[in-house]
Unconditional design. Structure first.
Length: 53
């Protein structure tokens, strides 16, 4: 899961244009961001479950 988050984070960073503050492909960026957020959520959820046990 961490590898997926790293790859998606890098891809989002590459797609973002800092000069115009926009994404090159906005529709694809939305999918990347949603997937990245879900991955990070599941990583922290899994860590929280391990700590409770």
């Amino acid at each position: 899961m961490i590898i997926i988050a790293i790859v998606l984070g890098g891809t989002i960073f590459k797609e973002f244009d800092f000069k115009t503050l926009t994404f090159e492909k906005p529709a694809l960026a939305v999918i990347y961001i949603l997937t990245f957020l879900m991955t990070v959520y599941f990583i922290f959820k899994k860590d929280k479950e391990k700590k409770e046990m």
